[in-house]
Design a protein around this ligand. Sequence first.
Ligand code: GDP
Length: 371
Amino acid sequence: MSDLVIYIVIAVAVVALGVAVWFGLVAGRRGRDVTAPPEPSTVEAPEAPAEEAAPAAPVLERPAPAAGRLERLRARLARSQSTLGRGLLAVLSRDRLDESTWEEIENALLTADVGVAPTQELVDQLRSRLRVEGGSADPAVAQTALREELVRLADPTMDRSLGVEGAHGQPGVVLVVGVNGTGKTTLVARIARMLVAEDKSVLLGAADTFRAAAVEQLATWGQRVGVETVRGPEGGDPASVGFDTVKRGIDEGIDTVLVDTAGRLHTKAGLMDELGKVKRVIEKQAPITEVLLVIDATTGQNGLTQARVFAEVVDVTGIALTKLDGTAKGGIVIQVQRELGVPVKLVGLGEGADDMAPFEPETFVDALLGD
Ligand code: GDP
């Protein structure tokens, strides 16, 4: 009897095991069916963080030094400006230099935004130097005279050094101002790169708190060369960002602090309030060593009008003329310096990270004349 019970128990166990195995297989297959589609994602999942982790240790860029940059970028300048230079040389080399020739020269200079007074001066100088009314000028003599007179108008005697050094152990403080879209943020980043190339420590202040994209752009540019950016809350007080940046610069013994500002040219009074406050608040910490006004060379007379407004609001100490690669109106360099009595210190010649150079009158004129 007990043997029978044992047999029955064994038989039930075998059947139960069989059923269990069968269910297991089916369930297993079903389970795989269910999980089949996400399989790739379970494979990919561990890779995703690995990919994200990669930029955590970025390789810092080593920017090109500023010295000799204009020479390197000269081809770009020559490409955009050569119509003026070659045109002038061609006219001056004609068989007859009569009244209509001088008018042509005047028009070419005015079209290139040299400005009325400098154009008149240049023509008068050339006329008296070449003294060949109705006759022809020796092309070589004409070229030399034109080159010298253009260089004189671009004024090589102006001090074009950037005020990036502070006194008494304080950082140099550079305030960058100008209308939005002129290339302000790009310029701040480019100056930072130039200073990093000179082994200077730099801190950026994103005081254009009204444009989150500008703040982000500046911080990203900075990161590429290992430079930090101080930012405030979106729409926050630009002056307090300026203050915090300079304070941190002093605390950390930074060489140069660069502050990007908001360029909302809503009303002159509004601009004055905002920029005036940024300046006052910063100067509670350390003197501002350079106020750079950024002007987009492609905007011509409009750019000049804006420049006048800014110059009334803050003491501009230098001009950065951007986008000279995109216009044949390079004469604006001469006009803007004359108008504001402030030297052009930097020129922008492209969209690349290092497409900015210290301005040099002789190299500029040589590029203009396609020399
Ligand atoms: P912001 O609004 O004044 O800060 O101007 P951004 O720095 O954002 O620049 C506006 C646009 O101008 C961007 O697309 C820049 O790449 C471009 N830009 C800036 N400088 C130059 C330059 O020298 N040449 C050219 N071609 N583009 C430039």
